[in-house]
Design a protein around this ligand. Structure first.
Ligand SMILES: [Fe+2]
Length: 259
């Protein structure tokens, strides 16, 4: 039953994306990038679920959350031309509004809809509040990991195979200055996810993305990231300063310790 609901929502999703008429090439490219990201996150949910006691119905529900987790990104890109969340334009709020307005979760029970909405809400919060319902937690955790793994895939590929400036939106319009923020360094040496507020340059952004490994929940997530060598790929595009080498070493040790 939930698989059927997933299929119907996927059909809606594909039509929704196809409905954007975009003329700017870079926006088109980024819509496509987000669409492909979405489907890879859906697949990663299946892979990670092997480490959980989720049944088939739960996995389908988690895959519905994955399918819709970045829904607001499409409108954000199409109408505002950016990946940056601000107080007024936030991809999570945009996505949840679209879900509600279009009644996308009508085939789900109230409890299931709540799981989907809450998973979307918390998928990229820096820290999860301690008060989250224990029934919800596995759904939120699996989406958070799947999303982070695929973000690392996208950026490792982008930095390795593109000239800086090729995709300004993916670089969050940050400057290409050589500096690395002190707070970024402190977070990583303390084995903590960098706060996005401390990201001031493209180098900071790369390090922030690498630091996503400090916020994972599943052994399998570490395994995938380690096997695919995402950290190494990003590191190779950073300036080889002592500070950077220290941070890379710290992250590599952290990753290896989780395997
Ligand atoms: Fe995402």
């Amino acid at each position: 039953m939930k698989q059927e609901a997933y299929n119907n929502i996927e059909t809606w999703f594909n039509n929704y994306i196809a409905g954007f008429e975009i003329e700017i090439e870079e926006i088109k490219l980024n819509i496509n990038l987000k669409r492909n990201h979405t489907f890879r996150v859906v697949e990663l949910i299946k892979e990670l679920s092997q480490e959980t006691d989720m049944d088939e119905k739960d996995v389908s529900l988690a895959q519905i959350s994955a399918l819709l987790h970045d829904l607001g990104r499409f409108e954000q890109l199409a109408n505002y031309g950016t990946f940056s969340d601000t107080e007024e334009i936030n991809h999570i709020q945009l996505g949840i509004s679209t879900i509600t307005e279009n009644n996308i979760l009508s085939e789900l029970t109230e409890e299931e809809s709540n799981i989907v909405i809450e998973s979307i809400k918390y998928h990229n919060e820096l820290q999860l509040p301690k008060t989250i319902d224990s029934q919800l937690l596995p759904f939120i955790k699996i989406l958070r990991d799947a999303d982070k793994i695929d973000i690392l895939y996208i950026v490792a590929d982008y930095y390795s195979n593109n000239k800086q400036g090729n995709n300004k939106r993916l670089e969050m319009d940050l400057s290409d200055k050589p500096e690395i923020s002190k707070k970024v360094y402190q977070s990583i040496i303390g084995e903590k996810l960098v706060n996005f507020k401390d990201v001031l340059t493209i180098n900071d952004l790369k390090l922030y993305q690498m630091s996503l490994i400090f916020n994972l929940n599943f052994k399998k997530s570490y395994k995938i990231i380690s096997e695919k060598t995402y950290l190494k790929q990003i590191f190779e595009t950073l300036p080889k300063k002592d500070l950077v080498i220290d941070m890379y070493r710290q992250m590599k040790i952290h990753l290896e310790n989780q395997l």
